[in-house]
Write a protein that binds this ligand. Structure first.
Ligand code: COA
Length: 137
C-alpha cells in the first residue's frame, strides 16, 4: 500500500522520486491503516500490489428522530497502477466497497470524484449529490 501511495503521488508530483522502500513512509502508512474505522482492499499478489481502495466508517450524530445515529462510509484512495488500468480492476475494487457498505448497513457511501472517474462510479451506482466544498489552509 505504501508503494502504491508513493506511485500515485509520483504521477502528479515530479519532485517525488522512485520508490525505494522508504521505511519511515511505510511506518506512516501502517499507522494510518491501524485506525479501526478503515478497511482497505488491495488487488494483485504478494509480490506486486497493483491497486487499492479504502472505506472509512463514520457515525452519524444522533437526531431527535434517530437517537441511535447510524453509520455511513467514505470511499477514498482508489488507485490502480497505470499499466493495469482499463481492464475492470478499479470497478472490481469499488464493488467490494459497495458490497461491504451494504452488508454493514451503511445509510450511504460518499466520495469526492475526479472528473475522469465519474463514469466509473456511476457504473457502480453512485449518483451526483450535493455540491462539495473544501477550505484549504
Ligand atoms: C480511477 C482508476 C482507479 C480506475 O482504474 P481502472 O482499473 O482503470 O478502472 P476500470 O478499468 O474498472 O474502469 C475504467 C474507468 O476509469 C475511469 N478513468 C479513466 N481514466 C481515468 C483517469 N485518468 N483518472 C480517473 N479515472 C479514470 C473511466 O471512468 C473509465 O471508464 P471508461 O473506460 O468507461 O471511460 C485509475 O484510473 C486510477 O488509478 N487513476 C488515478 C487515481 C484516481 O484518479 N483515482 C480516483 C480518485 S476519485
Amino acid at each position: 500500500m505504501a508503494e502504491l501511495r508513493w506511485e500515485w503521488a509520483r504521477e502528479t508530483d515530479a519532485t517525488v522520486g522512485p520508490w525505494q522502500g522508504d521505511v519511515d513512509f511505510v511506518a506512516a502508512v501502517a499507522t494510518w491503516l491501524g485506525d479501526d474505522r478503515r478497511t482497505v482492499w488491495t488487488a494483485g499478489t504478494h509480490e506486486l500490489a497493483i491497486g487499492m481502495v479504502c472505506l472509512t466508517e463514520h457515525i452519524r450524530m444522533p437526531s431527535p428522530r434517530r437517537a441511535a445515529g447510524g453509520r455511513w462510509g467514505y470511499l477514498g484512495h482508489l488507485y490502480v497502477r497505470p499499466t493495469f488500468r482499463g481492464s475492470g480492476i478499479g470497478e472490481e475494487l469499488v464493488r467490494r466497497v459497495t458490497e461491504t457498505a451494504d452488508d454493514r448497513g451503511y445509510a450511504k457511501t460518499v466520495l469526492s470524484p475526479t472528473e475522469p472517474s465519474i463514469a466509473l462510479y456511476e457504473r457502480c451506482g453512485f449518483t451526483r449529490d450535493n455540491l462539495h466544498m473544501a477550505r484549504r489552509r
